[in-house]
Write a protein that binds this ligand. Structure first.
Ligand SMILES: Cc1cc2nc3c(=O)[nH]c(=O)nc-3n(C[C@H](O)[C@H](O)[C@H](O)COP(=O)(O)O)c2cc1C
Length: 317
């Protein structure tokens, strides 16, 4: 089985998984605006994948064949469900599976899951092993933070490096810090040193506050990571992965949002509420004269047709 993390030419620019944002439509739009080297799904609950309400959960794992290489990100509580989820993910044709050990949401932390696994090494180890067994050669990665209350890079990343993971994606903040302070890139650099000392060849991706390709290249050079992962930088600029860094004019921005709207409606029909589309509006409708007025009009729309006709008018204004 090919380990795409190793095969891809470095440095890597990776799309961050974002709950309720990075669905197949979002990823297909990135194919048009600027393609990342690696795509991620939203995080998907393995316990939900094998429950009565599985249909809704499975929407998160829908993907098109051009969105590749693509990694399915999972989280949950029961190692046996991770095993089955990894098996399913492999059968579906994903290129990799990633374990979420970084989500800081209060409800998941209370249950001892995601980032709480940083202090539950026993369960973390069981989850990694069950996933590696189920994945049966498909590359397994972990996306995590650098601690819960205190920074514990050495201890936690050192622990993770013991598992022969294909990749480690390190968001340089503790759980307590949420997104409120600048990411500690010096700690991400420390993880690179730890890897060197451990003689492992796990691919290391740094994450936190990368807002442009240029910024990413600078961080890769300074801290020695194999690549960077970008999340909010895409929400500010959907062209962020494009090597051609230029200011996008109003016409292109409005037309690209209209394309997103059309693709969303063709893909999801009534299964996703129309208002979800408004979430993506600010990615495209910004940075030109009249953009805030156009956004105010978009907010008033209540169906796809009205929205598209408004955008068509918007492009010829
Ligand atoms: C709206 C939103 C949803 C997110 N959902 C997920 C998720 O499902 N899984 C995950 O590992 N991280 C998730 N994150 C965290 C991002 O992947 C990333 O680690 C974080 O935003 C820091 O990177 P950035 O500064 O490039 O945004 C989410 C972040 C945002 C803003």
């Amino acid at each position: 089985m090919m380990n795409f993390w190793k095969e891809l030419r470095k440095p890597l620019f990776v799309q961050a998984p974002m709950e309720d944002v990075t669905d197949t439509v979002f990823r297909q739009m990135l194919l048009k605006t600027g393609r990342p080297d690696v795509f991620f799904t939203e995080f998907t609950n393995v316990d939900g994948m094998f429950s009565a309400g599985r249909e809704l959960v499975m929407q998160r794992l829908q993907f098109g064949k051009e969105e590749t290489p693509i990694v399915a990100q999972i989280w949950g509580s029961k190692p046996e469900n991770f095993y089955n989820a990894a098996k399913y993910i492999k059968e579906q044709g994903f290129d990799g599976v990633d374990l979420n050990m970084g989500c800081p949401q209060k409800d998941v932390i209370k249950k001892g899951l995601c980032a709480a696994l940083i202090e539950n090494r026993d369960l973390a180890a069981k989850i990694i092993k069950a996933t590696q067994d189920g994945a049966d050669g498909l590359p397994v990665s972990v996306k995590t933070r650098i601690g819960i209350k205190e920074i514990s890079t050495e201890d936690w990343i050192g622990f993770l490096l013991g598992f022969d993971l294909a990749a480690l994606i390190i968001h340089g903040r503790t759980v307590k810090e949420m997104s409120a302070v600048p990411a500690h890139w010096d700690e991400i650099g420390k993880a690179v040193e730890l890897r060197a000392r451990s003689f492992k060849d796990t691919v290391l991706i740094g994450n936190g506050d990368v807002m442009s390709r240029e910024d990413g290249i600078e961080k890769i050079k300074t801290h020695g990571v194999d690549g960077v992962m970008i999340g909010r930088g895409i929400l500010e600029n959907p062209w962020v992965f494009n090597v051609e860094e230029k200011v996008r004019a109003k016409e292109e921005r409005v037309a690209t949002y209209a394309e997103h709207v059309r693709l969303h409606s063709e893909t999801w029909g009534a299964t996703k509420h129309f208002d979800r589309l408004k979430k993506y509006m600010k990615m495209y409708i910004r940075g030109f004269a009249g953009s805030s007025e156009l956004r105010a009009q978009i907010v008033e729309c209540s169906d796809t047709e009205t929205l598209l006709s408004l955008l068509e008018k918007g492009t010829v204004l």
